[in-house]
Design a protein around this ligand. Sequence first.
Ligand code: CA
Length: 338
Amino acid sequence: MTTKWQILVIIIITLAVIGGLAFYVFQPQLPKPSPTPTFTFIPTPTQTPTPTPTLSPTETPNEEARIKELLESYVRLYNGHSLDDLMTCFTEDAVVKETNGEERVWTGTRNIKARYSAAFKNYPEVRINVSEPIVHIVGGMAEANCLYDWITAKATVKGAYFIKFIKIDDAWRISLLEIRTSRPPASSNITPTPRTFDEAVKSLNTPELVSAFVHNNIHYRAETVNEYVPARIVFERKYDDCNGFATLQAYLLRANGYDAWNVGIAIETATGHNVCGYKHDGVWWVLDVEGAKKGPFNSLDELGDYYVRGGSIILFNPLDIRYVSNNPFALPHTVFRK
Ligand SMILES: [Ca+2]
């Protein structure tokens, strides 16, 4: 005999089962949790020693690397005050030149040794730092620009080296070491930092200002194709190779009344070079890559011979370089020397 209560309980249970089934069937599809990623421990492979490449006598190591090694040796020997070994970095007839205000020159290793000997005696703790070398190889010759710090117990002097190298008996040697100590431009204690090309043309109105600005703001970058670009592009992209440095510096000077040119020396050959050359008080001066000032030269021939003896000399008016060209001879130019 079933009571009312029993019927009620059966109904409740039945409803609960139906409700449960319905929920199971129609439950919202929740995204399945993604499985916890498992981390596999990968053991570090055992280091197999890289075999040192050995060069057969016919192979030549990268010349740029060899020049940088020579620079490193120079710094190490200088800092060790190893006078005799330091002299082996130079050619017998090398020249060391200080172009800090008045120019001072030491020619030949005997005089150069005396110079370094005096420096080591006067500053027993002196050492140097050399950084950011930019090497430019031209056949059996090479050039490098780099920054240096000359550090003594009392002060650090900052400056730049311009170095020329020649190869003797398959070894690179320093034939010229030009030491340029940073100092404020004569006309102003602060180098203007123009934001636009037009501002640059107005504010960079002396060779000293152009040199300082270029040294601090434009970087050397080698090119695989010989590309001449307008001065404005060099200014805006902040890099170029020698012809871009020549165009920008000559443009800034010419726009401020200087007789300034992009001087191409032996540019039809692989050993060609471009500099900004300007005539002032009857002599020629050069602003080279990174603003390095050189000179004076008594004539344009002498200037050209400094880089490539007897090489051709082509003059480009920097204001006439108005488009990008891979063929300099398609740009307006004057042949000064064939
Ligand atoms: Ca270029």
